[in-house]
Design a binder for this molecule. Structure first.
Ligand SMILES: *[C@@H]1O[C@H](CO)[C@@H](O)[C@H](O)[C@H]1NC(C)=O
Ligand SMILES: *[C@@H]1O[C@H](CO)[C@@H](O)[C@H](O)[C@H]1NC(C)=O
Ligand SMILES: *[C@@H]1O[C@H](CO)[C@@H](O)[C@H](O)[C@H]1NC(C)=O
Ligand SMILES: *[C@@H]1O[C@H](CO)[C@@H](O)[C@H](O)[C@H]1NC(C)=O
Ligand SMILES: *[C@@H]1O[C@H](CO)[C@@H](O)[C@H](O)[C@H]1NC(C)=O
Length: 453
């Protein structure tokens, strides 16, 4: 090696070269503001719009409200100007993230060698790039072939293949379905991490955990680990804060549709943008995006069997019920709330993390075209959006040391919902088969005991 210092040197040079293709956020800061008056709200709306600041919460300037959290990313070049401006208008603020890039660098995996990817060695407490998630899906199916199958779902706009995993215990009877998707928004990396964790936990524990083995007798689990694959890859390779998919618009002058504004639930009516540069661009029509269509077609086909639709996002710590496009509650809203509150309270029991529960339009902001609303509208009775950790301290750049606690607590909440659904639709204990065979063996026992005596 000492013979070729030049080669080592030039290899070293490749790394910064490669990184420089990626958008950098050095010195960018995230501010937390709680506007107090309507004047402050108006001023902040104006400031965000004119300086094109990146809103993390809420998504759109029109949703900024007095008394509610506002999280904005301010580019390094504007930090001083924005601080002066806020001071001048006597708006108090707190810096949540003093250097966005530094935080991003910390959540990247330390080494990326390929031998980490064997199934037993898969590290669930790190974020994984898409190629590793593809390999993980293949591996998890191979090593659990009695339970897991991988299915083709469709293609992304950049022609990548979308797969979902089906966890299904072999059985004669027809079962109902729980659907869960992750990663509809690219930068919400904790979401795909949770889908992978969920699958791992089910597979590890279904034999020993009576709750899991009960619901697996009645329910199949369909898990889509990354819905927005192109966007997810883009968030790894080009822009950590990318949100949308990668569909080109206006002759490629702007990219991406917000897939969670693209479903056929009062599409385009509220909380969206028709400007393709916007983070909330709703696309050219309902289901204009191939990713949306792929999901919608499968769910549409299976809808009479799907009892529960779960979509996992971050951040903010919410369990959200339909609807986002209207404040009119769905007919089963009381039950939806009751179950979500139960889930949130079980979640809190683990690490004390506090979640808000409620209808999207009432407790967060209005938005149309969400998958949660659409799923409920086509007749899936239980439909929820999870907004995972955190509440803004790190926002979209959740540090890796929070992956495990986040997944553990979320697992409890999700299984609480699944158990409720299972018991509601399959009340008499486990399946007929089991109670039948239990009855039979009791009879036999009696018979044998009687004969013996
Ligand atoms: C998409 O990928 C398939 C193979 O997976 C290939 O046959 C096809 O030509 C590709 N289409 C486009 C538009 O790139
Ligand atoms: C896209 O480009 C074509 C040809 O270059 C042009 O005719 C068309 O008007 C452009 N469309 C838009 C929306 O800019
Ligand atoms: C959207 O839903 C409406 C009915 O609510 C239906 O008429 C229309 O065909 C649907 N569009 C798509 C793209 O599925
Ligand atoms: C769309 O938004 C971009 C960036 O916010 C802005 O520069 C552009 O003028 C907008 N386009 C239209 C048609 O409003
Ligand atoms: C988040 O919650 C913690 C306690 O759970 C609190 O101390 C902190 O101020 C909250 N942060 C924001 C940005 O709301």
């Amino acid at each position: 090696m000492w013979l070729f210092p030049g080669i080592i040197f030039s290899l070293g040079m490749l790394i910064p070269g490669k990184l420089s293709l990626k958008l950098q956020y050095d010195g960018d800061q995230v501010f937390h503001i709680v506007p107090e008056t309507f004047q402050q709200v108006q001023h902040l709306q104006h400031l965000c719009s004119t300086l094109l600041l990146d809103l993390w919460k809420p998504q759109l300037p029109e949703d900024i409200r007095a008394g509610e959290d506002l999280h904005i990313r301010v580019p390094a070049s504007l930090v001083q100007e924005v601080k002066d401006n806020l001071d001048h208008h006597m708006i108090s603020y707190k810096v949540l993230i003093p250097d966005v890039q530094e935080l991003m660098d910390q959540s990247m995996p330390k080494e990326r060698s390929s031998h980490r990817q064997v199934p037993e060695g898969y590290v669930y407490t790190q974020y994984h790039p898409m190629e590793e998630i593809y390999q993980w899906m293949t591996q998890i199916q191979k090593s659990n072939s009695e339970l897991v199958t991988q299915h083709y779902l469709g293609k992304t706009i950049e022609n990548r293949t979308m797969y979902y995993l089906q966890i299904s215990q072999p059985s004669e009877k027809t079962k109902k379905i729980i659907w869960m998707d992750c990663g509809i928004h690219a930068r919400e990396w904790i979401s795909p991490a949770f889908c992978q964790w969920f699958v791992k936990e089910i597979l590890q524990n279904y034999k020993s955990d009576p709750k899991i083995s009960r619901f697996l007798q009645n329910l199949d689990l369909y898990v889509l680990p990354v819905l927005n694959i192109d966007g997810y890859i883009y968030s790894w390779e080009k822009d950590r804060l990318w949100r949308k998919n990668r569909s080109p618009h206006m002759n490629g002058t702007c990219y991406g549709t917000d897939l969670n504004r693209n479903f056929n639930s009062s599409w385009g009516s509220v909380g969206v943008s028709y400007n393709c540069s916007s983070e909330t661009f709703c696309g050219s029509g309902p289901e204009s995006e191939p990713e949306t269509r792929a999901v919608a077609q499968l769910i549409e086909r299976k809808k009479s069997d799907i009892l529960c639709y779960l979509t996992i996002h971050s951040y903010g710590q919410y369990i959200l019920t339909p609807y986002g496009f209207t404040t009119e509650p769905p007919s089963n809203s009381e039950e939806l709330m009751h179950v979500a509150e139960k889930a949130a309270s079980v979640l809190m029991g683990k690490y004390g993390t506090s979640y808000k529960v409620g209808s999207t339009s009432l407790i967060l902001y209005s938005n149309s075209g969400s998958s949660r609303d659409w799923a409920h509208m086509i007749g899936i009775p239980f439909s929820y959006t999870f907004e995972l950790r955190d509440n803004g301290t790190y926002g979209f750049v959740l540090p890796i040391d929070q992956i495990q606690p986040t997944c553990e607590e979320t697992m409890l909440a999700v299984t609480t919902i699944i158990e409720y659904v299972d018991q509601k639709y399959f009340p008499g204990g486990a399946v007929m088969l089991t109670s039948g065979s239990l009855g039979l063996s009791l009879c036999l026992n009696v018979l044998l005991t009687w004969t013996a005596s």
